[in-house]
Design a protein around this ligand. Structure first.
Ligand code: AMP
Length: 614
């Protein structure tokens, strides 16, 4: 594919204002790409140069990009810089300058996606002396062959500014649309869908059948994505062999699996009513780590599937020593342990271990203990479909003697009183609460389905649990806060069905001065000129931002509100948080893992029951 074709798609995607139109456009793009280039197309759409977990960062500063633009156009750095000051976007600067370029070297040729991707990867990976000059040269080489439109996007990628606002769910939707034609010819799939339809006695057969087929394919793709977090490689297999290609995707140490998530219930009684006899474990408040062992190679992923191996050397070392299998994937919560007092450090201390510098020193000062709670894969065998009680046995067998890697504390019971007592003991120990587990449930990657239920100690206030919201915009600081550039945040919850973020609260309390400054710095980097496509909010902040950061929020209660979009029915009021306060920035969460609209609606309903005594 020529890069100019992709650039034209980028341009159309940028202009689109509905998610449906975006899906259609993406499906069109998928149809046009070949199987050997589709992975690259998908990564570029996401503004990446590989799967997210590889964390390939180009990290080219504005100064160097300016230089590359100057080199390719014949303009001076000063001229480029001046235009940048006016426009505030080097992409637009490159586009404008190349329209009137003063020079072009003789070696300009049509750019292919392949060539662009190759150069950008090189830019990202060259290191050492002279590497900055080489990066400039490589980018200038691309710009030299680029049209103004191509240049606009070429420049945004290395700056990390290509924000098309496309979520992974939307890409999967587009694939489902793209594969619909094939699915209609697949007898088994059609029979499966017809069976469901027959049971439901639905009308409008044909239309309904098509919709169901599409939903089924979407589900099949997501099932694979959940155990293999690399949409590029999935896309390649789909392009090569259609739906059959999905069978080739297997769990593999080194490729992250999306984490199972916990539901919430307000009491021990309700937990037992839901699960019956279950396992109940201590809920530790640290980082969730997924450890992948493949012979001598250990890779550690965060809850967001970032590769954090370098941050936790003692966990990697202990894995080599303590794990009694050649290959394994297991999960646990890591906490800093205070050897002086025999107690765990508070979350804030553990949090300091998430750093790129002084890793060794901090590992000595605050060593971690990893409390393991699940095993997903051992020596070539996928354990995810086994019932939890069986996985727990395997986990037990997997862990050899040692201090760093241990099992979570756990009991098994069907008595709500015992659950309550265990909860209280855990809270007394300074832990966060408990997490109950369905003994018969498989490991449900990437979803919340009552296989795990958390019960957390309550914060003061009526709403007993905190909510994770996504920042979608912010308001300028006024009065005292003018100096921080930020006074309040506009936040949203996630609507999984629509893959959109719906506003729920404007938050101006709970942040320290230091956090205000930090938030402003983080957010001003991801400002958007208009409301992002996936955001729904009637309240208009001073600045929209790309939905990227998650914060934990507590509030007094959930109320009905005409202002917010979460849970809004046709013509009805939405849901809002009353007296919301920020607790902390949850850097371990992805936006689509924030609290969902359904959860908030359920909490709202529950709260009404409690109030009316129903
Ligand atoms: P929450 O973050 O409040 O939704 O609670 C779920 C999180 O609790 C998981 O993602 C883990 O990081 C953490 N956790 C702590 N202890 C356990 C445990 N025993 N089992 C599972 N998850 C745990």
């Amino acid at each position: 594919m020529q890069f100019k074709v992709l650039a034209r798609f980028f341009e159309k995607i940028e202009r689109v204002s509905s998610r449906l139109a975006m899906t259609d456009l993406l499906a069109e793009l998928i149809a046009e790409a070949d199987s050997d280039e589709i992975a690259k197309v998908i990564y570029l759409l996401q503004g990446q140069l590989g799967p997210a977990f590889e964390q390939i960062e180009i990290g080219m500063g504005e100064k160097f990009v300016e230089e590359a633009i100057a080199k390719a156009s014949g303009y001076s750095r000063g001229e480029v810089h001046k235009l940048f000051k006016e426009k505030g976007d080097l992409g637009l600067v490159a586009e404008q300058i190349l329209k009137k370029r003063k020079q072009r070297s003789l070696f300009s040729a049509e750019l292919s996606v392949e060539k662009v991707f190759k150069n950008l990867r090189r830019i990202a990976t060259v290191a050492g002396t002279g590497s900055q000059q080489l990066k400039i040269k490589l980018l200038a080489e691309l710009l030299n062959s680029a049209s103004p439109l191509e240049a606009k996007y070429l420049v945004r990628i290395p700056l990390g500014h290509l924000r098309l606002g496309i979520g992974d769910p939307t890409i999967m939707d587009a694939f489902a649309l793209n594969l619909l034609h094939e699915a209609k010819k697949n007898k088994n799939l059609v029979a499966e869908v017809r069976k469901v339809l027959k049971e439901k006695k639905e009308e409008k057969r044909e239309e309904e059948e098509e919709r169901k087929l599409r939903a089924r394919i979407r589900e099949m793709i997501e099932d694979k994505y959940n155990v293999h977090s690399d949409l590029g490689s999935i896309a390649e297999k789909l392009k090569k062999s259609g739906l059959a290609g999905l069978n080739r995707i297997k769990i593999q140490p080194g490729i992250p699996i999306r984490p199972t998530l916990a539901e919430r219930l307000p009491s021990a009684k309700e937990i037992i009513e839901k699960l019956g006899r279950c396992a109940v474990e201590s809920k530790y408040d640290g980082f969730r780590l997924a450890v992948h062992k493949d012979a001598d190679k250990v890779t550690i992923f965060s809850r967001k599937q970032e590769n954090v191996t370098a941050m936790f050397p003692e966990v990697a070392e202990a894995t080599k020593k303590q794990i009694k299998a050649k290959q394994a994937i297991f999960e646990g919560e890591a906490l800093a342990f205070n050897e002086q007092t025999g107690e765990y450090h508070p979350f804030q201390v553990t949090m300091q271990r998430k750093r790129k510098y002084d890793v060794k020193k901090m590992a000595e000062q605050f060593p971690l203990t990893l409390f393991c709670f699940d095993a997903l894969y051992v020596n070539g065998k996928n354990l995810m479909k086994l019932p939890f009680k069986e996985r727990r046995k395997r986990l037990h067998k997997l862990i050899g003697k040692g201090k760093t890697i241990v099992l979570t504390d756990s009991i098994e019971t069907s008595d709500p009183k015992k659950v309550k007592k265990y909860f209280e003991e855990n809270v007394e120990k300074g832990l966060e609460g408990i997490i109950a587990k369905d003994l018969n449930a498989p490991y449900i990657a990437g979803a919340r389905k009552f296989a795990w239920i958390k019960l957390k100690r309550s914060y003061r206030g009526e709403l007993s649990d905190s909510i994770d919201t996504v920042i979608i915009g912010y308001f300028k600081g006024r009065g005292q806060r003018a100096k921080f550039g930020l006074g309040a945040l506009l936040t949203a919850v996630y609507d999984k069905k629509e893959d959109s973020f719906k506003s729920i609260a404007k938050i101006g309390t709970g942040m320290s001065e230091e956090q205000l400054g930090k938030l402003h710095k983080m957010l001003s980097k991801i400002k958007q000129s208009k409301k992002p496509v996936r955001v729904e909010s009637e309240l208009k902040p001073d600045f929209w931002v790309e939905p990227k950061y998650v914060i934990e929020v507590i509030a007094d209660e959930i109320t009905r509100s005409p202002v917010h979009s979460a849970g809004k029915g046709q013509g009805g009021a939405g849901l809002a948080l009353r007296f919301p306060r920020m607790v902390r920035i949850r850097s371990d969460r992805k936006p689509d893992e924030a609290t969902s609209v359904e959860e908030v609606a359920a909490m709202f309903k529950k709260q009404r029951h409690v109030k009316t005594g129903a």
